[in-house]
Design a binder for this molecule. Structure first.
Ligand code: CTP
Ligand code: MG
Length: 387
């Protein structure tokens, strides 16, 4: 059966504000072109649809390859056409490629690459039930001001009935085509063009993830959204134990603790930093502190252990990971860390470049820590693939 829904995905812009050499739709977003991400959302929606991709003249072949990859066996039903100088001209080119059976059209920006599939279905359903235009919208959360010449604030706009709108924007095909045929000026979106021709438009709830990638900051945001949900997360664990050495100064968590027994070891014996290094190496699959730096390397005799952390972070970064956070538990009767916990966490966080939290426990008098022979530190690190 031929679909009665058509989805026009406009991807013919240059992306001037993004500032990449490639047109925006072909810029990689975590290793996959923005257009490919956008089409995945389109193809994951439930209702079967004829998809029309509108690409820059220079990138028709590249767009075809991407469309084929996403559509798989359905690739023959995907049209790829060249866009125009303005978004409006590009939409018009896309509409011209719709099959006769299509009675409902969604127009979507490829730049809204992370739009959830459900939004396509929500808008299409609402177009059918209202027989009018439908656009996804979210409430305006910032206070809005009107500003005049000389950067002078004139007044505060009542935002209670303001929304900001997204795509896909949906319309009955015939009415949208009629509106495009009679459009004499540029409109900021399809709904404005549709309304200018007498069409009525209602809103459905939008999606935060349907935000438009416009600037490099938006691209980072999209990367972060993907990073948080992908399988690129890796957890690692590290344990370190050192016995007390009454003659040594105590360095723990990179801080000096006056009046406390120090820790024995080849370096400064900082069990907290060593456990953190082991957790980071473990998460990245890079072995452990001993195998990486050697317990007898003369370079590290008496070394301040921050050097291990910096070396470890360089290895982790080189393996393509970024630290999400680190959690540490100190098992010891001394020192008591409670009064310096925030100082300790701030210091460790700046050392690691990600949030580090630390807690402590005693062992109820049991074992070597309970007998006051030494300390143990246990660390857990979470990493995310940085590329
Ligand atoms: N678009 C298009 N044809 C154009 C201009 C824009 O198909 N002549 C598409 C873009 O590819 C994008 C969507 O319309 O998916 C929204 O436009 P925008 O975010 O402004 O993208 P660009 O125009 O490419 O970016 P810029 O304005 O920064 O140059
Ligand atoms: Mg533009």
């Amino acid at each position: 059966m031929t679909p009665t829904l058509g989805i026009v995905v406009v991807a013919a812009g240059s992306g001037a504000r993004l500032g990449d050499a490639e047109p925006k739709a072909f810029v990689a977003l975590r290793g996959m072109p923005i257009l490919e991400r956008a089409l995945r959302g389109v193809f994951d929606s439930v209702e079967p649809a004829q998809v029309v991709v509108v690409a820059p003249e220079s990138h028709l072949k590249a767009a075809r390859t991407i469309a084929d990859r996403v559509a798989g066996p359905a690739s023959s039903s995907v049209a790829v056409v060249a866009g125009g100088r303005t978004r409006q001209a590009s939409v018009a080119a896309g509409l011209a490629a719709l099959l006769p059976a299509v009675d409902t059209v969604l127009v979507h920006d490829a730049a809204r690459a992370l739009t959830p599939p459900a939004l396509f279905d929500r808008v299409a359903r609402a177009v059918r039930s209202t027989a009018g235009g439908v656009i996804p919208a979210l409430p305006v959360t910032d206070t809005i001001k009107r500003v005049g010449v000389g950067a002078v604030v004139l007044d505060t706009v009542d935002r209670s009935d303001l929304v900001h709108v997204q795509t896909p924007q949906g319309f009955p095909r015939a009415a949208l085509e009629a509106a495009y045929a009679s459009a004499t000026e540029e409109h900021t979106d399809d709904a404005a063009l549709f309304a200018a021709n007498g069409g009525s438009v209602t809103v459905v709830e939008g999606e935060a993830r349907a935000f438009k990638i416009t600037t490099p900051w938006d691209l980072r945001r999209a990367e972060n959204v993907l990073g948080a949900q992908t399988a690129g997360l890796r957890v690692g664990t590290g344990v370190d134990v050192h016995g007390y050495d009454e003659a040594a100064p105590l360095w723990l968590g990179g801080l000096y603790w006056s009046g406390e027994p120090g820790l024995a070891g080849h370096s400064d014996g900082d069990a907290v930093l060593h456990a953190i290094c082991d957790a980071l190496l473990s998460a990245a699959g890079l072995g452990d502190l001993g195998s990486r730096f050697g317990t007898s390397d003369p370079r590290f005799t008496g070394a301040a252990s921050a050097v291990f952390v910096r070396e470890t972070l360089a290895l982790v970064d080189g393996a393509g990971f970024a630290v999400v956070n680190v959690a540490v538990q100190l098992v010891a009767t001394r020192p008591k860390i409670a009064s310096r916990r925030s100082e300790l966490e701030a210091h460790l966080s700046s050392l690691v470049g990600a949030p580090v939290t630390i807690g402590a426990t005693t062992t109820d008098g049991l074992g070597f820590t309970g007998r006051g022979e030494g300390v143990a530190a246990i660390a857990t690190a979470l990493l995310t693939a940085s590329v």
